[in-house]
Design a protein around this ligand. Structure first.
Ligand code: GDP
Length: 299
């Protein structure tokens, strides 16, 4: 699709020209395999995942399943899609009123912006959306969320100066229920004095939501900044251990990020990527599609 083409054009990708490189060769040799390997590592795919891909390619070559550069390129594309598809899952249906989504992530990852975009996404599909300002440790975060609420013309529960995030979220669930809200999106703190403190706060908020409404939260989405590369992985592990993340939103794929980090994320965390962020505007959020993404990356 046009969008994915724009995505790859707008950044300098180390996989750019990969098709030309492979398809320009007359035969598969060690030099070509080495060049491929280097490009994948440079594209942030990560050592482990790159090695696995290269091993599978070499096996296919030695078994004569793959005999020429064109087949090699197709095989690589297929292996990459498979790795993303393996962990790809649809999001749960929006059956509850409200369907409660917790959004977590380290400050700066793009959490607040992503919540604004998510609200836009759901509103576009005809849902009644509400936001809850659960990052009470940062007055600016609450103000920012209120601004996103205004842009989307949807209610935001919470105001600057309110200290207790748990009670904000509890109130938000009550209010969402009273108004017949379809989707309640809860912001959470992204920085505290200690990492342990941050995870404890998050666990508390998840517990409170469960008390406010059985089965809530229905989704716990972690926002990761693609441009921090492999560091995103260790962050994700901490959040997942603490609260059981249900899916990922990877932001800033329009910037310096090389996109390969998505394979490392899928491989090492086994968590589905639900959306990617590709800019700072409301409409710059896309449902993630493995095949389209790989086609764009290998373009
Ligand atoms: P938070 O601290 O995690 O809530 O992060 P913010 O939502 O405040 O975002 C931090 C910065 O990243 C802001 O300047 C956002 O405009 C920017 N940002 C967020 N998502 C994206 C994205 O997908 N692409 C780009 N280029 N910038 C983004």
């Amino acid at each position: 699709s046009r969008f994915w083409q724009q995505l790859t054009r707008s950044r300098s990708s180390f996989t750019e020209g990969l098709a030309d490189l492979v398809l320009g060769k007359k035969q598969i040799d060690d030099e070509l395999i080495e060049e491929l390997e280097m490009r994948l590592v440079l594209a942030d795919v990560g050592q482990t995942t790159t090695q696995a891909l290269i091993d599978e390619l070499q096996q296919a070559v030695s078994r004569k399943i793959v005999n020429d550069p064109e087949a090699l390129f197709e095989k690589l594309s297929q292996l990459m899609v498979d790795r993303l598809q393996r962990v790809h899952q649809p999001r749960p249906p929006l059956n509850e009123h409200p369907h409660v989504i917790v959004v977590c992530g380290i400050n700066g990852a793009g959490k607040t912006t992503t919540i604004g975009k998510l609200a836009f996404h759901f509103k576009q599909s005809g849902r009644k959306v509400m936001l809850a300002a659960g990052d009470t440790f940062r007055a600016a975060a609450v103000e920012q969320l209120i601004t996103w609420g205004e842009r989307n013309q949807i209610p935001v529960i919470g105001e600057p100066g309110r200290q207790d995030a748990a009670s904000v979220l509890f109130d938000a669930v009550q209010s969402a229920r009273a108004r017949g809200t379809d989707v309640l999106i809860a912001d959470t703190a992204g920085r505290l004095h200690t990492q342990g403190g941050l995870m404890d706060e998050l666990k508390k908020l998840v517990r409170v939501l469960g008390k406010a409404q059985p089965d809530a939260p229905h989704e716990i989405l972690l926002v990761l900044d693609a441009s921090i590369g492999q560091n995103a992985l260790s962050q994700a592990r901490l959040f997942h251990q603490a609260v059981g993340v249900t899916g990922l939103i990877v932001t800033k794929l329009d910037g310096t990020a090389k996109g390969g980090i998505l394979f490392a994320i899928a491989d090492e965390l086994g968590l589905p990527i639900h959306f990617v962020g590709v800019g700072e505007q409301l409409a710059d959020l896309r449902p993630f599609e493995p095949q389209q993404f790989v086609d764009a990356l290998l373009d």
